[in-house]
Ligand binder design. Structure first.
Ligand code: ADP
Ligand code: MG
Length: 276
């Protein structure tokens, strides 16, 4: 048995078995687990035929995420106003993909960059508290020590890629870059992402406000979105811009408002507004 299989793996090592048929690694991923490198070695893939994004359903957290996506896109909830309103901010779930070689299941999500040419993408984790109600002491300590400005900012840049049309190339920034940002330099990072385009800043601010409104009006006594992200994307001619909520591995039932999420979201909106 090699060391990778001792590491909590369930017998599949993509480095030996390759990717499921009809899939590739996610080419424009900016953050999160990487196929072949996470604890289970599983992570996001692209379904080549549909262009959908595949997220493995392989442990407690991914099953939790799958249940939430299923609830949001369940047709029984078509007339439920809270859910209806939320749908516009969440990637569409297109059922489940099964890897016939291993029997493993993947959540199929619409790629929010569909229709965008050379998209620029930014992933921001929202909320100062990033550990969920099931976290043990060790997890609480490790999450709390991850970013020294978490309490102050309430959000953290996880990664981004920016398409520079002039040079026809991408600038890529990773997790370490995000952790190195301070309350004084985070605006430079946002400016870098939007390439100083005020119309884009204003559009993203507008969409974030709509998400905030959903949290204020509809997400009361419902869910707490812990360690969840906002994913920003725009295409190269900057004519199309979208913000979506992603990463629901730590969404739990809640009483009252989700103040942790709202604190981070409102801070992020303020940072965008200050660039106008
Ligand atoms: N619906 C989507 N459309 C486009 N890109 C996505 C989508 N979902 C995830 N991604 C890409 O994958 C990355 C990781 O996704 P995420 O759901 O946060 O996975 P993880 O649980 O591994 O953190 C994101 O930063 C983004 O680059
Ligand atoms: Mg993530």
């Amino acid at each position: 048995m090699n060391s990778s299989r001792e590491n909590g793996d369930k017998g599949l090592d993509p480095r030996e078995d390759g990717f499921p048929e009809g899939t590739d690694p996610l080419d424009n991923q900016v953050a999160g687990h990487r196929f072949g490198y996470s604890a289970t070695h599983l992570a996001l893939l692209r379904h080549l035929e549909s262009n959908d994004i595949l997220k493995p359903i392989c442990d407690k957290r991914s099953e939790r995420e799958f249940r939430l996506y299923s609830k949001i896109w369940d047709s029984n909830h078509d007339f439920h106003e809270d859910i209806q309103t939320l749908r516009q901010f969440v990637p569409k779930m297109n059922g489940v993909f099964v890897d016939h070689k291993t029997g493993r299941e993947y959540l199929r999500l619409e790629d929010m960059t569909n229709g965008m040419t050379s998209p620029s993408i930014l992933d921001v984790k929202i909320g100062p508290k990033t550990y969920d109600p099931e976290a043990n002491e060790r997890k609480i300590a490790s999450e709390s020590g991850k970013y020294r400005f978490a309490e102050l900012l309430g959000f953290r840049l996880l990664g981004m890629r920016i398409y520079k049309s002039k040079d026809n190339e991408y600038i890529v920034k990773d997790k370490d870059y995000g952790i190195s940002l301070t309350p004084d330099t985070v605006n430079e990072a946002i400016t870098l992402f939007v390439q100083n385009n005020k119309a884009l800043i204003s559009e993203f601010g507008h969409q974030m406000r709509a998400i905030g409104e959903w949290f204020e009006t509809h997400n009361t006594d419902k869910w707490q979105f812990i360690s969840s992200s906002l994913l920003f994307a725009y295409d190269c001619n900057q004519s199309k811009a979208l913000v979506k909520m992603i990463d629901f591995a730590h969404v739990f039932p809640n009483e009252g408002r989700d103040d942790n999420y709202l604190f981070g979201l409102n801070k992020l909106i303020t940072y965008f507004d200050n660039l106008l």
